[in-house]
Ligand binder design. Structure first.
Ligand SMILES: Cc1cc2nc3c(=O)[nH]c(=O)nc-3n(C[C@H](O)[C@H](O)[C@H](O)COP(=O)(O)OP(=O)(O)OC[C@H]3O[C@@H](n4cnc5c(N)ncnc54)[C@H](O)[C@@H]3O)c2cc1C
Length: 481
């Protein structure tokens, strides 16, 4: 029997696991897929928002601003790439300027540090490639970009080191209250737990309805992106937003922590039945056309022909405006409707929920000793001397496998044995960035398959692309002949 079971290992569930792992309680995380950060958490704009957008007084506003401060600390402690490059919300009309003023006032109320409204000239001095027809911009220096999956993996790894169990390929199907605890039925087994936290992202409504009448309706909303080659790195230096609308924060152009330029997202409500079918994260010609037009409005010279990847993410929007972090019944809590800025707010959401649980009577004692740091070797960012040292200790560092991103055989082999090991080609990619460059794994992909097979002592035919059983190879070519 666990004290607390978290359903879902996105950034919400993993951040909760990380915070709860500092307390003297047994915690289990049940995840339907084979890794953390495989749903909405892996496909978003990767921005730690400053917090001027959410309405003052809302949970979104409070937890966004608190989350952005906490994220900075966590990234530094857990060795996660984060660049504080600041953001600009650009005005293209007098009307937009009024919106910029509104955002400024919201930002002041939300206690966002150091925001200011810039004139057209001041904005263009910061970003010379912007459309010269702009009217000005809101500047927020605390906005940052982060590597969202590394962030989630890092929190999950520290949680595991502190004793949390992460159990994958465990899709929760049913929940029953039996006496003073719950029985959680997955497609594999039954798990007993005193408390449950529902952090199932876009599926949180379904999990909620296993124990209670519906109190919100999920309105899944797809956002599509372009990711540009490093050749476009100098396009912009800040996160460049347009004025937000009711459905989203508008098309942005921003550098990622890896130096690529990300462009998107649009906002398109999709049918409920598309969720988890693959259709929910498909790219469409119409969607991408709209994204491209939006990006060109901000940066007319942007070269979308340098796109190396398109992808989509699904927002867990609901018919309620705010995040839903609340008790559903004794010992059962929702962390639902975690739309943007859910990546930013995650650590603050977790602290807020823990406080709520304590107020509801859960006794939580902090452990005297818990791990709260993590270090990784970043060979591709090391100095020549550091590289030489690493190669002398492990010659596998001398063999570059991913030539676009300079990822070595040692990086890949180690990712298969780290605290939360990679289990697939995409899992290796999320941990090492092998395959994330211009060729998108075209050259290194087969070598990564070979290394996984060799290191895990399995047949290459058993290597998964991403989800469990997503085999890439179907037979030896000689068998076909
Ligand atoms: C287009 C887009 C752009 C965004 N941009 C930003 C941004 O720049 N900054 C920001 O702060 N936020 C942003 N967000 C929001 C942010 O990505 C999300 O708020 C956050 O990732 C949600 O994390 P989560 O853990 O709640 O959900 P998820 O990451 O979806 O995790 C939920 C997990 O639950 C699992 N699960 C579901 N059902 C079950 C079940 N029955 N049993 C077991 N497991 C289950 C799923 O497999 C999944 O792994 C954006 C979102 C989108 C879609």
């Amino acid at each position: 029997m666990y004290d607390i079971t978290i359903i879902g290992a996105g950034v919400s569930g993993s951040s909760l696991a990380y915070e709860l792992s500092k307390y003297d309680v047994s915690v289990c995380v049940l995840e339907a897929e084979n890794d953390v950060a495989v749903k909405t958490t892996k496909a978003n704009s990767a921005i730690l928002h400053a917090g001027y957008d959410p309405l003052p007084g809302s949970l979104n506003a409070k937890l966004n601003v608190e989350g952005s401060v906490l994220a900075k600390e966590i990234c530094s402690k857990l060795d996660v790439p984060r660049n504080q490059i600041g953001s600009l919300v650009v005005a293209f009309s007098e009307e937009d300027l009024e919106m910029v003023q509104t955002l400024y006032e919201r930002g002041v109320k939300n206690k966002v540090p150091d925001i200011q409204i810039l004139t057209k000239e001041e904005t263009l001095a910061k970003e010379p490639n912007l459309n010269p027809d702009i009217y000005g911009a809101l500047y927020a220096p605390s906005a940052a970009v982060v590597n969202p999956w590394e962030y989630t993996i890092a929190m999950a790894e520290v949680a595991i080191q502190n004793g949390v169990t992460f159990s994958f390929n465990q899709k929760v199907k049913d929940i029953q209250k039996v006496g003073d605890h719950f029985e959680i039925k997955t497609d594999k087994e039954t798990i007993e737990s005193e408390y449950i936290i529902n952090a199932a992202g876009v599926n949180a409504g379904e999990i909620h309805e296993l124990v209670s009448e519906p109190t919100f309706k999920t309105i899944p909303c797809r956002g599509e992106y372009y990711l540009l080659d490093l050749e476009e790195t100098d396009t912009v230096k800040h996160i460049v937003f347009q004025c937000p609308t009711k459905v989203g924060k508008g098309i942005l152009v921003a550098p990622t922590t890896h130096g690529n330029i990300i462009v998107g997202p649009n906002a398109e409500n999709i049918p409920d039945e598309w969720v988890n079918t693959g259709k929910d994260v498909a790219n469409t010609a119409t969607g991408l056309k709209g994204v491209a037009e939006g990006a060109k409005k901000s940066v007319p010279t942007i070269n979308l022909a340098n796109s190396i990847r398109n992808f989509s993410g699904v927002r867990a929007n609901t018919d309620r405006e705010d995040f839903i972090i609340e008790q559903v019944m004794p010992q059962f809590y929702d962390v639902a409707g975690i739309k943007s800025p859910g990546l930013t707010a995650a650590p603050a959401n977790s602290l807020y929920l823990i406080e709520l649980m304590k107020q509801d009577g859960l006794v939580l004692d902090k452990k005297n000793d818990y791990v709260d740091e993590r270090k990784r070797i970043h060979f591709n960012q090391a100095s020549i001397e550091e590289k030489q040292q690493l190669i002398s200790e492990n010659p596998d560092y001398g063999r570059i496998i991913c030539r676009c991103e300079n990822i070595t055989e040692a990086d890949i082999r180690e990712s298969l044995h780290q605290t939360l090991p990679a289990k697939s080609v995409e899992g290796v990619k999320r941990r090492t960035i092998a395959g994330m460059g211009r060729c998108q794994g075209g050259f290194c992909g087969p070598r990564v398959v070979e290394i996984i097979a060799d290191e895990l002592n399995i047949s290459p035919l058993e290597v998964d692309l991403d989800r469990w059983n997503s085999h890439i190879l179907v037979s030896q070519s000689k068998e076909v002949l």
